[in-house]
Design a protein around this ligand. Structure first.
Ligand SMILES: Cc1cc2nc3c(=O)[nH]c(=O)nc-3n(C[C@H](O)[C@H](O)[C@H](O)COP(=O)(O)OP(=O)(O)OC[C@H]3O[C@@H](n4cnc5c(N)ncnc54)[C@H](O)[C@@H]3O)c2cc1C
Length: 494
């Protein structure tokens, strides 16, 4: 079989496009295989806000990355530096110290360099004024270590990446699903079998980069690995990430690695469709719960809504909701905080109710009335005095309440009350393949499989239990760039 390509990239999401761009700039001939039709290109990357978490030493460094902030905009922003140490500590803390320290360090150290590399390849950035800052006085106070997003969010990120790839002469085939890895008798990968509507064919290459996402859109695998009821979770993004590349790699002896029973999931509108809607994007999510109360159908609270900034709790709480009766929860707010809710609360496709009384709201949302009133009364009594500030961890909490609300606790007493009904939406899975620092896939004997590289969601070992917001795109970009560069260098004998 002739090799028309040096490197085949399986999956045309964010990680795959970074791999393709990095391999191309080494001079390699590249083919991107994408299972989805072109109208669905970009995988989960399309559905994101395009938020990237990276380390930076100063506000000036950030401004330089954005490039075109006016003096007025700069003066309106208050941003603390986010150091490499802070990023590393956040990764280790939220993953309960399970993250592989070498992988975590690589992501942290390479984060800003990779954002710069992407900028030089046409990806542009803007501050996340709407989602990551609160206006305190006349300043936007940014919080939670996440400041920049791609211009145009996820759709913008994907458009810019594909434009850059086209300019670099990278070929992408849509409706081209990789079904099997080809390997020689030494076990070295020599290509993939591809299925298209026209039929099945082998395509040879000197190296393959797997970047085909996790198994979040595969209900059978979700139930098998994540557990009971996960087949009932809504898929937040692409329906095409069904674990194909993980399976293909395991079939040739790759080592399963990472948190196979763990995933990234969030609170998601109760009536959202079974998988992502490209028009609504990530707006089915409901992320302003630290400003209010969360209860289940019995009217009982079950998490500390104010344990930390939402960036550090929203993933855990997605899982907490699936454990509630009928996998349902309600976020309750009063008039004091309504103006602070994120824009996703103001979309048409939202399941909400409003009422002048707590009893009326509970009835409309079908929450147990007595339980709900009891919970709110106990909560209001437990709220302690203090200065409320949603942009910092204000320590204004409750006393003597289980679970507590540790920050941002205001009494719920300003009607009309508004409640939003949510269930669990899964974003991506944490279990996958083990890779080296050059993104080579490792086999069950801990040896790199010649010619096989991986990046993005299907890499295990970085995220466990929880996840700091904005780290998925960043890790995918770092490992995508690493994988593309290493695969190209190996095939070109460098
Ligand atoms: C709604 C939502 C919002 C998010 N917001 C953010 C955010 O703001 N910041 C952040 O950092 N992360 C965010 N994430 C997580 C982020 O989307 C992922 O970490 C990232 O997109 C993963 O990149 P990837 O390239 O590995 O996967 P994807 O972007 O999903 O790409 C995988 C691609 O592989 C293709 N594919 C699958 N199987 C095959 C096959 N057999 N052959 C060929 N192609 C195949 C798929 O069609 C898909 O296009 C969000 C996720 C969701 C769902």
């Amino acid at each position: 079989m002739a090799t028309a390509y040096d490197v085949i990239v399986v999956g045309g999401g964010n990680a795959g496009m970074c791999a393709a761009l990095a391999a191309r700039e080494q001079g390699a001939r590249i083919l991107v295989l994408e299972k989805a039709p072109e109208a669905w290109r970009g995988g989960n990357g399309f559905f994101t806000a395009g938020g990237f978490r990276f380390a930076f030493k100063s506000f000036e460094e950030l401004c330089e990355l954005v490039g075109d902030l006016s003096d007025e905009e700069k003066a309106s922003m208050e941003v603390d530096p986010y150091t490499e140490d802070q990023f590393y500590d956040d990764l280790m803390r939220v993953t309960e110290d399970c993250a592989d320290p070498d992988m975590a360090m690589l992501v942290v150290r390479e984060s800003q360099a990779t954002v710069r590399w992407m900028r030089d390849r046409g990806i542009r950035w803007i501050p996340m004024f709407g989602r990551q800052a609160y206006k305190v006085g006349n300043k936007f106070r940014f919080w939670g270590g996440l400041v920049l997003e791609a211009v145009g969010g996820g759709p913008g990120l994907i458009d810019m990446a594909y434009a850059s790839a086209a300019k670099a002469g990278i070929e992408a085939r849509f409706e081209a699903k990789a079904t099997r890895l080809l390997a020689d008798d030494r076990g070295a990968v020599t290509g993939v079998v591809v299925r298209t509507p026209a039929g099945t064919e082998p395509v040879a290459a000197r190296a393959v980069v797997l970047a085909a996402g996790g198994f979040e859109a595969n209900p059978e695998m979700r139930t098998r690995y994540l557990g009971r009821n996960w087949e009932l979770a809504r898929v937040r993004g692409t329906p095409y990430n069904t674990g194909d590349a993980i399976r293909m790699a395991l079939e040739i002896g790759a080592l399963p690695w990472g948190h196979w029973s763990g995933c990234h999931s969030v609170q998601w509108d109760l009536n959202a469709p079974w998988h992502g809607d490209r028009k609504v994007g990530d707006n089915f999510q409901k992320h302003s719960y630290p400003l209010g109360l969360m209860v289940n159908l019995q009217g009982e609270r079950f998490v500390d809504e104010g344990a930390d900034f939402r960036n550090y709790t929203y993933v855990k709480y997605g899982r907490a909701v699936i454990e509630q009766p009928r996998r349902t929860a309600f976020q309750i707010f009063d008039q004091k905080v309504l103006h602070l809710l994120r824009e996703e609360y103001r979309i048409r496709e939202v399941t909400k109710a409003e009422d002048a009384t707590l009893e009326g709201l509970a009835r409309k949302l079908e929450i147990d009335v007595e339980g709900f009133v009891r919970t709110v009364t106990a909560y209001n009594t437990a709220v302690q005095p203090g200065t409320y500030n949603p942009a910092v961890k204000d320590g204004k909490g409750t006393r003597g309440l289980t679970p507590p609300k540790s920050n941002w606790a205001l009494p719920l007493d300003a009607p009309p009350y508004v409640g939003y009904a949510v269930t669990t939406g899964i974003s991506f899975t944490f279990g996958g393949l083990k890779i080296t620092e050059r993104a080579q896939v490792v086999d069950c004997e801990q040896r790199p499989i010649p010619g096989l590289y991986a990046a993005g969601e299907l890499v295990g070992g970085l995220f466990y239990h929880n996840y700091p917001g904005g780290a998925g795109l960043m890790a995918g970009s770092v490992f995508g760039r690493t994988a593309g560069r290493a695969a190209a260098q190996a095939t070109l004998g460098r």
